[in-house]
Ligand binder design. Structure first.
Ligand SMILES: Cc1cc2nc3c(=O)[nH]c(=O)nc-3n(C[C@H](O)[C@H](O)[C@H](O)COP(=O)(O)OP(=O)(O)OC[C@H]3O[C@@H](n4cnc5c(N)ncnc54)[C@H](O)[C@@H]3O)c2cc1C
Length: 385
């Protein structure tokens, strides 16, 4: 949809529509919910979701043949930046009313799997999960994955534990990454679909500083999975996961930019209202510099995100750009929110404003989806090749 550095009129119009839905529908409903609510009420959710569906804005990044709109990575960055600009937006952009997409590894599945799992997820906005991280560590899954899947005839028997698996307790299904060949390193990892209630699969919610997309400890005890639930071939699991996840780092980064933009907007508004020592905060250079630094950093994060997304659209190798965008946008988000909290004084940490929730949740952005150190390792590897 985009050409060069210009956003097409069509995409700009879509962005305006998303902005209106967030401003006129989501923010007023959220204001009536508990500040830590993970979701908006179901009746409100489906009322807005139905409007979104009839406006052909449902699951815009998913393929058309499975009920999405087939938009590309760049388009999704532009739209996700808008979707994220509300209290629960960092981990539940648009409160989910623009649809929920399945874990990306499913797109490597066969036709039956896509029809049985991907299509109904898109249609019904199901929660799903993907389970990579284990108590042995999440930064280096190629070495850390110990969860075992052993083939027995036309089934596999899974044993092991996963940790911090978002949505596992409420998901209709998800994908687990297991070791099928203990000697083969990253080539010994295989992905399986796990259905809700599958015997031997037990999710247990873990409390963290995030109240949405609750993570779980997940145990597999002699969990028998038929071969039809294997995604791809044996040994392909990790490469499939990383390839498909990497592209999503751009909309993920755009989400960081969106929440940062919303936090900066609040800081600007507050500084223009609040007087101390006989003068508005907005007149103070110390405050102006905080606002200016936030604007500069957010613009830089946006361009890094867009630059990588364009590369992905053009079919070029985008792995380093994905790490640059994810690293920079999540670190900028932390700094921008921190400044906005400071400018708000006590209100910054009260639940009257969304800043306090963003402040907590933004901390996770430097750990999940590859911690900052791991992305620096990827970037350095490219530099030193
Ligand atoms: C709220 C939440 C939700 C999550 N949801 C999911 C999910 O849905 N699915 C899933 O699979 N995982 C999920 N995770 C897990 C997340 O991806 C991991 O926490 C992350 O990958 C880091 O793994 P770890 O916690 O085991 O830290 P470790 O791997 O033990 O690393 C600890 C620290 O050391 C640093 N470090 C590691 N190696 C190096 C090195 N070589 N040099 C320098 N520093 C290094 C890391 O950057 C990190 O800061 C979630 C985590 C959280 C907190």
């Amino acid at each position: 949809m985009e050409s060069g550095y210009q956003i097409s009129e069509e995409l700009a119009a879509l962005r305006d529509q998303v902005r209106r839905i967030i401003r006129d529908e989501i923010i007023p409903i959220e204001a009536k919910c508990d500040p830590d609510a993970p979701e908006i009420p179901q009746d409100e959710y489906w009322r807005i979701a139905k409007k979104v569906q009839s406006a052909s804005m449902w699951c815009m990044g998913a393929p058309k043949e499975f009920g999405g709109q087939g938009l590309n990575t760049f388009d999704m960055c532009v739209l996700t930046e808008e979707m994220a600009q509300h209290r629960m937006g960092l981990y539940n952009p648009g409160a989910g009313v623009f649809g929920r997409t399945p874990p990306p590894v499913i797109w490597a599945g066969n036709k039956e799997q896509l029809e049985k799992y991907a299509a109904p997820t898109i249609k019904n906005a199901w929660h799903t999960f993907y389970a990579v991280t284990e108590p042995s560590g999440g930064s280096d899954p190629a070495n850390a994955i110990q969860c075992r899947a052993v083939r027995k005839g036309d089934t596999y028997v899974i044993n092991g534990t996963k940790i911090f698996i978002s949505h596992a307790h409420e998901a209709e299904w998800g994908v687990v990454f297991t070791r099928t060949d203990p000697k083969a390193g990253r080539a010994g990892i295989t992905a399986f679909i796990i259905k809700k209630g599958q015997p031997g699969f037990t999710p247990r919610p873990i409390r963290t500083l995030r109240t949405s997309a609750i993570p779980n400890e997940v145990s597999f005890e002699d969990c028998v999975v038929p071969i039809e639930q294997r995604v791809g071939e044996e040994g392909q699991g990790l490469n499939l996961a990383l390839d498909l996840l990497t592209r999503l780092r751009f909309p993920y980064s755009a989400c960081n930019v969106g929440v940062g933009v919303a936090a900066l907007r609040l800081a600007i508004e507050h500084s223009k209202r609040r007087s101390t020592f006989g003068e508005l905060l907005s007149k103070r250079q110390a405050i102006q510099w905080m606002l200016a630094d936030s604007e500069v950093e957010l613009r830089a994060a946006r361009w890094l995100t867009w630059d990588g997304a364009w590369k992905a659209n053009r079919g070029e190798d985008f792995r380093t750009e994905a790490s640059i965008a994810k690293l920079y946008s999540s670190e900028v988000l932390g700094r921008v929110i921190d400044r906005a909290v400071q400018i708000h004084g006590g209100y910054g940490v009260s639940k009257e404003f969304p800043l306090e929730r963003w402040y907590r949740e933004a901390r996770i952005r430097r750990i999940g989806e590859g911690p900052s150190e791991v992305h620096r390792m990827v970037i350095a590897r490219t530099l030193l090749r």
